[in-house]
Design a protein around this ligand. Structure first.
Ligand SMILES: [Zn+2]
Length: 326
């Protein structure tokens, strides 16, 4: 079947790349369609919804270049990157024209700001063509994290269970169920009936060949699970664990942030995870662990603005523990 995205037309068994204009904006998105010879699922892969999350963007760029239509059953539609104006203006992951966080404004608005229009275009032009969605992220420019994956958790049961199965195929140690139904790209797609995941790997505005290799394997293993790539699935180095009751703690004040742990480190209930101090060393806020858990991500910049993310952590779900079920 032919796959058409505006000016890009990919016939069966072909790969087509080019820019796709976002209506009523100056944005042109780099898009690659890899349309397989045989039938299968259409998978949307996006890098750079947050434009300073370079590991996800470079992974999308590599996948677009390296995967051939001969290897694909179904179709891959890759956007690399999504927030192109943020990328080219080197913002810290907001749309350059309006300062909006693209992952908080879905389904968007075709008559809104540039970011709203971009979100609306993605929803209309891309989500509606997709059977599955893989969104590639990292820690933001000022965040360090341990690799993990979110899956759609606020959708129909079949969508949630397929999203979880996709997450389990990602070669990262932890998965987290997301309870958002709108605002996030993959969350909104999930509410449209499209199973999806958001992978977190890398951060702090850095990328390396080693990380890109691992990240490509993450995505390819999901594509193997989906039978889009006809290769045997790889099993993870250790069994993936689900983290539940995730705490997303924000800064209550502006100041200097002093973390005590590293992303991926475990801690005990009551331990001090970090502090915000003023410029004279006076403690303004202390983060105290609510339970025994693991740090998912935390701010790694010295500065921390009031009401911004500070640290996120979760605890390992025990078998038979359904305290987080809704
Ligand atoms: Zn992100």
């Amino acid at each position: 079947m032919e796959v058409v995205i505006n000016n890009l037309v990919a016939k069966k068994g072909t790969k087509v790349s080019g820019y796709v204009a976002v209506p009523k904006t100056a944005l042109n998105l780099p898009v690659t369609i890899i349309n397989g010879q045989s039938a299968g699922k259409t998978v949307l892969i996006t890098g750079g919804v947050h434009n300073a999350e370079y590991t996800g963007i470079e992974t999308a760029i590599r996948l677009a270049q390296e995967i051939t239509p001969e290897a694909v059953a179904g179709c891959l539609i890759i956007i690399h990157p999504v927030n192109i104006s943020g990328f080219e203006n080197r913002t810290m992951s907001v749309v350059a024209e309006d300062g909006k966080n693209l992952n908080r404004i879905f389904p968007g608005d075709p008559d809104g700001t540039t970011g709203d229009k971009l979100a609306a275009f993605l929803t209309e032009m891309f989500f509606k063509k997709a059977d599955r969605f893989i969104d590639l992220h990292a820690g933001d420019g000022y965040e360090s994290l341990t690799p993990y994956v979110y899956y759609v958790g606020a959708a129909k049961e079949a969508v949630v269970s397929e999203s979880e199965a996709m997450a389990t195929a990602v070669l990262v140690p932890y998965r987290v169920k997301s309870y958002l139904a709108t605002s996030g790209a993959y969350n909104y797609a999930g509410s449209m009936g499209i199973p999806g995941i958001l992978i977190e790997r890398g951060g702090e505005a850095r990328w390396s060949e080693d990380e890109i290799k691992k990240y490509q394997e993450d995505v390819k293993n999901v594509l193997r699970y989906l039978k889009v790539l006809a290769e045997p699935m790889r099993s993870p180095a250790s069994k993936q664990l689900e983290l539940v009751d995730v705490v997303y703690e924000e800064a209550e004040v502006t100041g200097c942030w002093y973390p005590n742990k590293k992303a991926g480190q475990s801690f005990l209930k009551g331990e001090i995870l970090g502090m915000i101090k003023d410029y004279f060393g006076k403690v303004l806020q202390t983060s105290i662990a609510k339970y025994d858990g693991i740090v998912l991500y935390q701010v790694s910049s010295l500065t921390i603005p009031k009401k911004s993310a500070m640290i996120a952590y979760g605890k390992i779900k025990n078998d038979g523990d359904n305290t987080n079920e809704k």
